[in-house]
Design a protein. Structure first.
Length: 760
C-alpha cells in the first residue's frame, strides 16, 4: 500500500495541472457564449420592437378598414333603397323627412359618422342628419368627380372642413344614377376623426409611441396621436414613401430625427380599398432598454465567473489533500466489504425463508425447464406437493394450461418456454390451470423473467403467479354490463342528436321569418340553456367510460375488491339515469321553444294609448309579485297616443320590471318601482326606476352584453337586457339607456318615436 500511495500522489499532481487548463478553457467558452447570447438578444429585442409596431399597425388597419367598409355598406344601402323608390315612382315632397329619419338611424349605428347626406344633381341637399336646412356642395371636388366621371365608384375626399361645425372631416361618397345612367346626385357621409383619434390614443400606450394616418397620393398627415412635441417628430413619412411608391402594401423602416438625433423604428400598412396608410413609430432607445439591462447583468455575471475561477483553483488544491486521505480510507473500505458479504449471505437465507411464507406462488426453473425450487403457495395453486414438483419439466402431463378463451396453451407459448427461447421476460400473462384431480380451473396472473450469469448464459428462470380467479370471473361480468350500458348510452345520444337537429331546423325557420328582431336572441338563449343537459350528458358518458377503464385496470392488476365492483355498478346505474334525465330535459326545452316562437310571430303594428299598455302589462305581472311587498307605481299620464308595436314594447317593460325585482330589490323586503313617461311632438320617454341596491360601474359597462348576469347559476340567463335593447333600437326605432348609483337605485330610460319607422 505505500507504493500505491506514492503512485496516487504523482497522478494527483498531473490531474491538478489538467484541471487548471480545463477551468481556463471552460471560462473562455462561457465568455464567448455570453457574447453570442448578447448579440442574439440584441437582434431579438429589435425584432420585437418591429413586431410590436407591426401588430399595432395591423390592428389599427383592421379597425379603420372595418369602419370605412361599414360606412360604404350604409351608403350602398341608401342608394339601393332610393333607386327602388324612384323606379316605383314613390318619391314625393314628404319623403325627404322620412329619409332624414332613416339617415339618422344609420348615423346612430356608427359613432365615426359626423353626418349623412343625400344630394341632388345640382349639389343641393335633399336630406341630411346635420343641423342645416339648405346647403350646396357643387364646388366640392368629390361631388365634381362623381358628376363628371360616369365610371367613378366610391370616392374619398381629402381632409375638408365641415360647413356645419367646422370640424376636420373626410367625405366618402357614391353616385346616384337613374335607369339610363344619368347622374342624379350623390349619397355622402362625413367621417369625424374625433372618435378615431380616441382609438389612436388607446393604442399609444406610452409617450414614445406615435401613430399617424396619411394619404397615399401626397403622404399628407391626416391624424397623429403622440404626446411628443412637433420638433421631436421631424418628417418620418420619407422612411415609408420609398416602399409605398415601390408598390409595397406593408413594411418596416427606421430613421433618425434630425432635431434630436434620436433613432426611431416603425411599421406601416396600406388599407385595402381606401387611399390611406397607417404608421406606428417607436423610440429605438426605449425598445432596447431591456437589452441594455441584460447586457449589464451579463457583465456582472462575467465578473462573478472570474471570482468563481479563483475559488475553483482553491478547491482543486483542497481536492489533492483529500485524495491522500481517500487512499487511507480505501483500506478500511476493503475490510468493511468483507463484513458486508457475510451480512449478505445471512440476508439471502432470510429471503429464502420469506419466500416460503409468501402468498404468491414462486417456481424456479433450470435452463432445461426442470423445476429446482417452489414455495408452498405454488404447490397449492398447481395441485402438486413440493416433492412432486421438484424435477418436473414445464412440459408435463400432470397439468394443462389454458388461455383466457379457455383453449389449451401451446407448449411453445408456456411462460417458461418463451423466456428460455427468447431470453426476454414475460409480464402480466393470464392463464388457467387445470389441476390434477380437480374440476374447477384456477386462473392466475403470471410473470416470468430470466436470471443471467456473468458469462451471459441463462442460469435459471423465475416464475411468480397469484390467484385471480375471482377477478377473472368479475371482469367477464363487467364486460357483459359494459356492452349493455354502451348500447343504452348510444340510444340516449341518438335521441339527443335528434333533439339538437330539431333545434337547428326551428332556428332556421325563425331566422327566415324575420318578423321579430329579438327572435335571434331567443335562439341564442335556448342554445345557452341546452348547454346544461348537454354538458350533463357528456359528463356522465365520459365518467361512465372512465369507470369502465378503472375497473378493467383493477381487474388486470389484481386489485379488484367486492366493494369496488359494487361501487362501479351503483355509479354506472346513476350515470345512465343522468343521461336519460338530461336527454328528456333537452327535448322538453325544444318543445317549449317551438310554442314561444309561434307566440312571438303574432305581433302587429297599431295605434294605442301608452298608459293602457303599461296598465295591462302591470296587471299581468301582479300575480308574480303578490307574495312580496314591492310597490309598482304607474305614473304614466293619459293622452300619449303612439302608432308602434305594443307587443315588443310590453316585452321591454316586462324585462325591465323583472330585472328591477330580481336584481335591484333582491335583498330587500320592500321597495318601490316607478313607471313614468313624458313626450314631445315626436318622441316618447318611458322611465322605469327603482330605489334598490343600484349597480357598480364595473357592472354597468356590461349590463347590455348577451349572457352577462350577476345571478349566474340562480336562474338568470343574462339575455333580458340585451334583447330589450335590441327590440328598442331595431323594432321601435329608439334606444334604451341605464343610469345607476350604488345604494340609491337604478333607472332605465326607453326613448322611441311616437310613430315607429317603417322597415326600409
Amino acid at each position: 500500500m505505500p507504493r500505491a500511495n506514492k503512485s496516487v500522489v504523482r497522478s494527483s499532481a498531473g490531474m491538478a495541472s489538467f484541471q487548471y487548463l480545463w477551468v481556463i478553457l471552460v471560462v473562455a467558452g462561457i465568455l464567448a457564449l455570453l457574447a453570442h447570447q448578447l448579440k442574439q438578444s440584441y437582434d431579438s429585442a429589435l425584432n420585437a420592437g418591429y413586431e410590436d409596431a407591426s401588430n399595432q399597425v395591423w390592428a389599427l388597419n383592421g379597425y379603420l378598414d372595418m369602419t370605412l367598409q361599414h360606412v360604404k355598406g350604409d351608403l350602398e344601402l341608401v342608394r339601393t333603397e332610393l333607386a327602388r323608390e324612384t323606379s316605383a315612382q314613390q318619391w314625393s315632397s314628404a319623403r325627404p323627412e322620412g329619409w332624414q329619419n332613416s339617415l339618422q338611424v344609420l348615423k346612430n349605428g356608427a359613432s365615426e359618422i359626423d353626418s349623412l347626406w343625400i344630394i341632388d344633381a345640382r349639389g343641393d341637399m335633399i336630406a341630411t342628419t346635420a343641423p342645416t336646412t339648405q346647403l350646396n356642395i357643387a364646388d366640392r371636388l368629390h361631388f365634381q368627380r362623381l358628376r363628371d366621371n360616369p365610371n367613378a365608384g366610391l370616392v374619398v375626399s381629402k381632409v375638408i372642413s365641415s360647413r356645419v361645425n367646422g370640424a376636420n372631416t373626410i367625405a366618402i361618397a357614391i353616385a346616384r344614377r337613374d335607369s339610363s345612367g344619368k347622374f342624379d346626385g350623390i349619397i355622402s357621409a362625413l367621417i369625424d376623426f374625433a372618435n378615431i383619434q380616441k382609438v389612436f390614443a388607446a393604442f399609444t400606450g406610452n409617450s414614445t409611441t406615435t401613430i399617424t394616418l396619411r394619404s397615399i397620393d401626397d403622404h399628407a398627415l391626416i391624424l397623429r396621436q403622440s404626446l411628443l412635441p412637433d420638433s421631436a417628430m421631424d418628417n418620418p413619412d420619407r422612411a415609408y414613401r420609398t416602399q409605398i411608391e415601390a408598390g409595397q402594401k406593408s413594411g418596416n423602416a427606421s430613421y433618425r430625427v434630425a432635431s434630436t438625433g434620436k433613432e426611431r423604428i416603425g411599421s406601416f400598412r396600406i388599407l385595402d380599398e381606401f387611399p390611406f396608410y397607417v404608421t406606428v413609430d417607436l423610440e429605438r432607445d426605449k425598445v432596447l432598454a431591456a437589452w441594455r439591462r441584460e447586457a449589464l447583468i451579463t457583465g456582472l455575471a462575467a465578473l462573478i465567473l472570474l471570482a468563481s475561477l479563483v475559488f475553483v483553483f482553491y478547491r482543486i488544491r483542497l481536492e489533492q489533500i483529500k485524495q491522500r486521505e481517500m487512499v487511507r480510507r480505501l483500506e478500511a473500505a476493503f475490510s468493511e466489504q468483507r463484513q458486508q458479504n457475510q451480512t449478505l449471505a445471512e440476508t439471502e437465507d432470510s429471503h429464502r425463508q420469506l419466500l416460503q411464507r409468501l402468498q404468491v406462488g414462486i417456481v424456479v426453473h433450470g435452463p432445461d425447464s426442470t423445476i429446482r425450487f417452489s414455495n408452498p403457495r405454488a404447490s397449492e395453486l398447481l395441485g402438486l406437493s413440493e416433492d412432486q414438483m421438484r424435477g418436473k419439466a414445464a412440459i408435463d402431463p400432470a397439468w394443462c394450461f389454458l388461455n383466457e378463451a379457455g383453449a389449451p396453451f401451446r407448449v411453445e407459448d408456456y411462460p417458461v418456454s418463451r423466456v428460455i427461447n427468447t431470453g426476454l421476460p414475460m409480464e402480466e400473462c393470464i392463464l388457467g390451470i387445470n389441476r390434477p384431480g380437480g374440476d374447477e380451473i384456477a386462473w392466475v396472473l403470471v410473470n416470468a423473467f430470466p436470471e443471467i450469469d456473468r458469462n451471459g448464459q441463462l442460469k435459471e428462470v423465475v416464475v411468480n403467479f397469484h390467484d385471480v380467479t375471482e377477478r377473472k370471473l368479475a371482469r367477464d361480468e363487467l364486460l357483459h354490463q359494459r356492452t349493455h350500458l354502451a348500447e343504452l348510452v348510444q340510444d340516449r345520444t341518438l335521441e339527443l342528436s335528434r333533439a339538437l337537429e330539431l333545434v337547428r331546423r326551428t332556428q332556421d325557420d325563425l331566422v327566415q321569418a324575420e318578423k321579430l328582431a329579438s327572435l335571434g336572441s331567443m335562439v341564442a338563449g335556448l342554445s345557452h340553456e341546452l348547454n346544461t343537459p348537454l354538458g350533463n350528458t357528456l359528463l356522465a358518458a365520459s365518467t361512465l367510460e372512465n369507470l369502465f377503464k378503472g375497473i378493467n385496470e383493477m381487474t388486470q392488476m389484481g386489485n379488484l375488491k367486492r366493494t369496488s365492483f359494487d361501487e362501479f355498478l351503483e355509479s354506472g346505474t346513476e350515470m345512465s339515469n343522468l343521461i336519460f334525465r338530461s336527454s328528456q330535459r333537452a327535448a322538453d326545452m325544444v318543445s317549449s321553444f317551438k310554442q314561444v316562437a309561434v307566440d312571438q310571430t303574432s305581433e302587429q303594428r297599431r295605434s294605442f294609448e301608452l298608459s293602457d299598455i303599461v296598465r295591462d302589462n302591470l296587471s299581468a305581472l301582479m300575480p308574480r309579485f303578490k307574495m312580496v311587498r314591492f310597490v309598482l307605481d304607474n305614473a304614466v299620464p293619459a293622452g300619449i297616443v303612439c302608432n308602434s308595436y305594443p307587443g315588443p314594447l310590453g316585452q321591454i317593460l316586462t324585462n325591465l320590471i323583472q330585472n328591477a325585482v330580481v336584481h335591484g330589490l333582491a335583498e330587500r323586503s320592500d321597495g318601490t318601482i316607478t313607471i313614468s313617461a313624458e313626450c314631445d311632438a315626436q318622441l316618447v320617454k318611458v322611465i322605469i326606476q327603482d330605489d334598490g341596491l343600484g349597480m357598480a360601474p364595473s357592472v354597468m359597462t356590461h349590463i347590455f352584453d348577451p349572457f352577462f348576469t350577476t345571478k349566474m347559476g340562480m336562474g338568470g340567463s343574462g339575455l333580458g337586457l340585451s334583447i330589450s335593447r335590441r327590440i328598442a333600437t331595431s323594432v321601435l326605432g329608439g334606444d334604451l339607456k341605464a343610469d345607476s348609483t350604488p345604494g340609491q337605485g337604478s333607472a332605465f330610460t326607453l326613448i322611441f318615436p311616437k310613430v315607429a319607422p317603417f322597415p326600409i
